[in-house]
Design a binder for this molecule. Sequence first.
Ligand SMILES: *Cc1c(COP(=O)(O)O)cnc(C)c1O
Length: 218
Amino acid sequence: MIAFNLERINKELPSGVKLVAVSKFHPFEAILEAYNEGQRAFGENRPQEFAAKAVQLPQDIEWHFIGHLQTNKLKLVLPYAYLVESIDTLHLLEAVNNWGEKNGKVISVLLEVHIGAEETKQGFTPSEVKAVLQMTGEFPYVRFRGLMGMASHTDDEDAVAADFAGIKSLFDECRGLFPTLDGFDQLSIGMSDDWPIAVRHGSTEVRIGTAIFGNREY
Ligand SMILES: *Cc1c(COP(=O)(O)O)cnc(C)c1O
């Protein structure tokens, strides 16, 4: 089933849009099944689980951290992270930069944007995003790669499209305002239920869990 799902999604996904397979709550075997189909980018949202999988699974996996990150959990995540997609406070950003300095690693991040969706209280507002990007010089151990966001959790496709259009226009605005920001080119939008809409709104990366691995057991 995993192989079938991956093939179907990959067939529809435009080339140039990266698929991150969100494997949270799923066992190692499920990840290996996807890996054996050629999938290399995986996303996890809990630090302990992230670290355990990163240590024990094949070392050429590209691990994306997509969950809420507390500063006392950095050592579980940052050594293994290819990209931390869920930077949602200045406090976290400072802690990540300090960890990077101590450990000699530049950490690639996305800023999580709070865009309209009532359910997700996490993330920077659009004006906060611009304020943070104004001060990137203060974070030499952080590489700002772009933005991550979630649309409102609703069946109303127009509302979802409006959310994605909003984050895309913020992304474009930031790229215009900060043209010297090296590598700020990633827009991570789109999940199982809404990724085709996200792709129509300029997504460069989709984070898909359920549509690949099935329902999660909590
Ligand atoms: C769980 C999760 C996803 C994947 O959700 P699905 O609906 O299962 O595709 C994507 N992004 C984030 C931030 C998540 O926590």
